[in-house]
Design a binder for this molecule. Structure first.
Ligand SMILES: [Zn+2]
Length: 286
């Protein structure tokens, strides 16, 4: 029997794991963009699920593909399965955090890219909400290696946006300093209240604001509990607002849509700020 080729109209989202190799071979190498969502399972305070980053990034990527299918149906967009892996050693003193070395992150991203590049595919977008430098180092060294060895273009859109403080420039005015919202605070609790309200424990309303300057050299190498973060969050979860969560989610989706079209169009992706690049270089694999 003849293998069924993919009909754009009968599938909204093309999922990599549902394709056979004939269908993968049949994709236009120059016009297919792959999306790889990757974020660790890690504690997100006493009120959010350990899959917060993973669920949120998978959904934002899926939504971006839906929009791209309409915006530029000339291209094919393939969603790879979300990989529940990342570096988050600093909060493994809570149950639920699973951390792998940045080297493992590098190996996984590189292997996925290699499998695609070896068969002539040209575009890979890595999607993550997890902004830890040790995690990003794994992703960026895989991307560098892929681009230097193969004719493949890669990008990771969210960390340049996040670390260049684009969010603070663009978000609705809130009347408090969102720069202090680091982990499972106002932003992520809002995001989950919008996407998965049934997974947000009501106790978030009574959580006190807790802040730590994560750029201070004094926090270097310390775990969350060693920093006195006994509940595992940094920020003000009680302020969470589903309306902001919607804005945050859509902002991510828009960044992914733009990045995909720019990558295809040959535009250079935005870069990480120098301080993050330097931190990445200085960091030992853990
Ligand atoms: Zn998170």
């Amino acid at each position: 029997m003849k293998n069924k080729t993919i009909q754009k109209n009968d599938i909204k989202i093309i999922k990599f794991e549902e394709l056979n190799w004939k269908q993968i071979e049949g994709l236009d190498k120059n016009k297919t963009i792959f999306f790889l969502p990757i974020s660790p399972l890690e504690e997100h305070g006493p009120h959010l699920p350990v899959g917060t980053d993973l669920l949120a990034i998978r959904d934002a990527t899926t939504e971006a593909i839906k929009i791209l299918n309409k915006k530029n149906p000339d291209l094919t967009y393939v969603l790879l399965p979300a990989i529940p892996i990342g570096y988050c050693k600093f909060n493994t003193d809570f149950p639920g955090s699973i951390s792998v070395s940045g080297k493992v992150v590098r190996e996984i991203v590189y292997s996925v890219g290699l499998a695609l590049a070896n068969h002539g595919f040209k575009f890979l977008i890595i999607c993550t909400y997890h902004m830890a430098v040790g995690h990003l180092k794994g992703i960026y060294s895989a991307m560098d290696k892929l681009e230097s060895k193969f004719d493949i273009k890669t990008c990771e859109p969210w960390s340049p946006y996040f670390h260049n403080k684009e969010m603070e420039k663009r978000e609705p005015k809130l009347g408090f300093d969102t720069r202090k919202e680091v982990h499972a605070g106002f932003r992520e609790t809002s995001l989950m209240k919008y996407q998965y309200p049934y997974l947000v424990d009501e106790s978030y309303k009574n959580l006190q604001s807790i802040y730590r300057d994560m750029n201070s050299p004094r926090v270097l190498g310390k775990t969350f509990k060693q920093l006195g973060l006994k509940d595992g969050y940094i920020g003000s979860p009680a302020k969470a607002d589903a309306g902001y969560g919607r804005w945050f989610f859509n902002e991510t989706v828009n960044v992914f849509v733009k990045s995909a079209l720019d990558l295809y169009g040959g535009k250079k992706p935005p870069e990480l700020p120098l301080r993050i690049k330097t931190a990445m270089r200085a960091l030992f694999w853990q």
